[in-house]
Ligand binder design. Structure first.
Ligand code: IPM
Ligand code: MG
Length: 359
């Protein structure tokens, strides 16, 4: 059956890295069709909104969404509801993408790129599972933020409410236990139960769900300690599950352990396994249109899409194998380049992976 992929390249380096991922997907010669739509600042410029109705409709109808990145300086002064970031928040909410999977893997060839000592990160392979449609990100009320000028001139208070419901915690907990079951069978639930009611509740519900997974070792950790342990002994973790806000912060921290945020893919899944796939990095407008961005995170996101949504495990593994061999052959984009390796541009990196696939 033909699978229909929505490509949403977005802003900054988005279009360049998306072009490489599409090339790699096309080289697999699977029955895939593609449609592209604007999102983020590019969509605001073209249609007056960061997530136009037509783009949302395309994402809804598609079997899977491959997303580039959004954001550019020129849109920073727009009112909040028109900012590029609203596009990704809107897609997460509208498509019910409650589970965000962010692997942090330290590739053997890139160990030296980490800011930590090589022995701390060599062989690192952790998975952060971030709840994506609840918490303070989607709390109530949010009304005051949509003041027409997006500012708070004259205001003397602002607030965001932190909130989780039982079903929200249960579904992400089940997904996390199941993911841990397929890996090292260790799950760390990160909370702030010593201070916040929301996260005492989180901890209790995760513990309850855990009774159904006696084969997975569950532990609990406060978020401040987790931030510390991630740089002290990151390999002690297997799977981490946490809320939206803590997950946002910890996943950036974990990504940097690998020294190469340009390498890390992510998946955001709904209850049926449909998903949106995107690189963990942002739109990097400072290096846009210079053929220097690393396309590998987007290419690896395409591999995750094949695995999690399209059921094409073999094709996913082929892409990952090709990326590994290209790295082993010494090719590097600027972000991961070191003395003794060969520096290539965005397009050449995409071409190298494509050729490796066809070998
Ligand atoms: C992320 C990003 C987003 C978030 C922004 C762009 C809204 O930081 O995907 O981690 O905060 O979730
Ligand atoms: Mg973030």
């Amino acid at each position: 059956m033909t699978a229909h992929i929505a490509l949403l390249p977005g802003d900054g380096i988005g279009p360049e890295i998306m072009a490489q991922a599409r090339k790699v997907l096309e080289a697999l010669a699977l029955p895939l069709t593609f449609d592209t739509a604007p999102v983020g600042g590019a969509a605001y410029a073209a249609a007056g909104h960061p997530l136009p109705g037509a783009t949302l409709a395309l994402a809804r109808e598609a079997d899977a969404v491959l997303f580039g990145a959004v954001g550019d300086w020129q849109y920073d002064t727009l009112p909040r509801h028109l900012r590029p970031e609203q596009a990704i928040l809107g897609l997460r909410q509208q498509l019910g993408l409650f589970a965000n999977l962010r692997p942090a893997i330290c590739y053997p060839e890139l160990t030296a790129a980490s800011s930590l000592k090589p022995e701390l990160v060599a062989g690192l392979d952790i998975l952060i599972i971030r709840e994506l449609t609840g918490d303070i990100y989607f709390g109530q009320p949010r009304g005051r933020r949509s003041a027409p000028d997006g500012a708070f001139a004259g205001a003397d208070e602002a607030f965001d409410t932190m909130r989780y419901t039982r079903p929200e915690i249960e579904r992400i907990a089940h997904l996390a236990f199941q993911a841990a079951r397929k890996r090292g069978k260790r799950l760390t639930s990160v909370d702030k139960a010593n201070v916040l009611e929301t996260f005492q509740f989180w901890k209790d519900v995760v513990t309850e769900v855990g009774q159904q997974y006696p084969d997975v070792a569950l532990s609990h950790m406060y978020v401040d300690n987790a931030a510390m342990q991630l740089v002290k002994a990151p390999k002690a973790f297997d799977v981490i599950v946490t809320g939206n806000m803590f997950g946002d912060i910890l996943s950036d921290e974990a990504a940097m352990l690998t020294g190469s945020i340009g390498m890390l893919p992510s998946a955001s899944l709904d209850a049926n396994g449909k998903g949106l796939y995107e690189p963990s990095h942002g739109s990097a407008p400072d290096i846009a249109n210079q053929d220097v961005a690393n396309p590998l995170a987007t290419i690896l996101s395409a591999a995750m899409m094949l695995r999690y949504t399209l059921g094409q495990e073999e094709a996913a593994a082929r892409i990952e194998g090709a990326v590994q061999r290209v790295l082993a052959s010494g090719l590097r984009t600027a972000d991961i380049w070191r003395e003794g390796t060969r520096r290539v541009g965005t397009r050449e990196m995409g071409d190298a992976v494509t050729q490796e696939l066809q070998r």
